[in-house]
Design a protein around this ligand. Structure first.
Ligand code: UDP
Ligand code: MN
Length: 241
């Protein structure tokens, strides 16, 4: 039978959230044997989010895991780390086999991606579009094997890859009980993969030998919540605030 894909989505409250989750949920509706782990950067599970998730009819788990306050004040904030960590812990407690993947709520996924990553034996990697100045981040292959990486910001990383650029077999996670993601912006992927004991020879190229982009690091323009000057009365007249 098909291995289950555990799709881990960190999410947080802001005015774009419902739109992002609707678009993503309606992509995931097309994917068989998928379990959606929605990890809410929030004190408690947001009721609006739970209600939205029920609409899609796909199996999901909604967990709350707020970012510790100290990291919110950091110069570069490690976005989505506390909640991804909570999702990994949920997998450790509840799952024995399958594949997991980190799918942010604002990214764009080709349905072919799921066919590609589903049979990941240890760790698979593939190109991600719209990353950095070069607009693509990808493993580099020679004779079918990954020998290096192309990325706009190598920064001495062993694995200069984006969060959306790899999938992991759950048995590998279970065999590394101390594997974890650091609260260190820019180095989350590299240190997480190192903590799983990954070597470059282990990595399975996907996306038709890394020739295809099946996921894009899209970003939604954020409009800050404005300071409202008026409020509408029930009779539609305006009241100054
Ligand atoms: N995120 C979060 N808490 C935050 C900011 C972001 O959980 O305070 C989530 C967000 O919903 C997304 C992921 O972490 O799924 C990456 O954040 P974002 O898309 O803002 O980062 P970028 O892709 O721009 O680097
Ligand atoms: Mn993003």
């Amino acid at each position: 039978s098909l291995p289950t894909i555990y799709f881990i989505t960190p999410t947080y409250p802001r005015r774009e959230q419902a739109a992002e989750l609707t678009r993503l949920g309606q992509t995931l509706m097309h994917v068989p044997n998928l379990h959606w782990i929605v990890a809410d950067d929030n004190q408690a599970c947001n009721d609006m989010v739970t209600k939205l998730l029920k609409k899609f009819g796909i199996p999901f788990t909604h967990i709350a895991s707020p970012m510790p306050e100290i990291y919110r004040k950091a110069e570069t904030i490690p976005r989505g780390v506390a909640n991804r960590r909570a999702a990994l812990n949920w997998i450790r407690k509840n799952v024995k086999s399958g594949v997991f993947y980190f799918g942010d709520d604002d990214n764009t996924f080709d349905l072919e991606l799921f066919d590609e990553i589903r049979d990941t034996k240890k760790v698979s990697m593939f190109p991600v579009g719209l990353i950095g100045d070069y607009a693509v981040s990808s493993p580099v292959l020679k004779e079918g094997k990954i020998i290096g990486f192309f990325d706009s910001w190598p920064s001495k990383r062993k694995f200069p890859v984006d969060m959306a650029g790899f999938a992991v077999n759950i048995e590998l996670l279970l065999s590394h009980p101390n594997a974890s993601m650091p609260y260190k912006a820019g180095y989350e992927e590299d240190q997480f993969l190192r903590s799983l004991g990954v070597t470059i020879g282990d990595i399975e190229p996907k996306g038709k030998s890394c020739t295809q982009i099946l996921v894009w690091h899209t970003q939604t323009t954020k409009k800050p919540v404005p300071v409202l000057k008026f409020r509408t009365r029930p009779d539609n007249s305006l009241r100054e605030l």
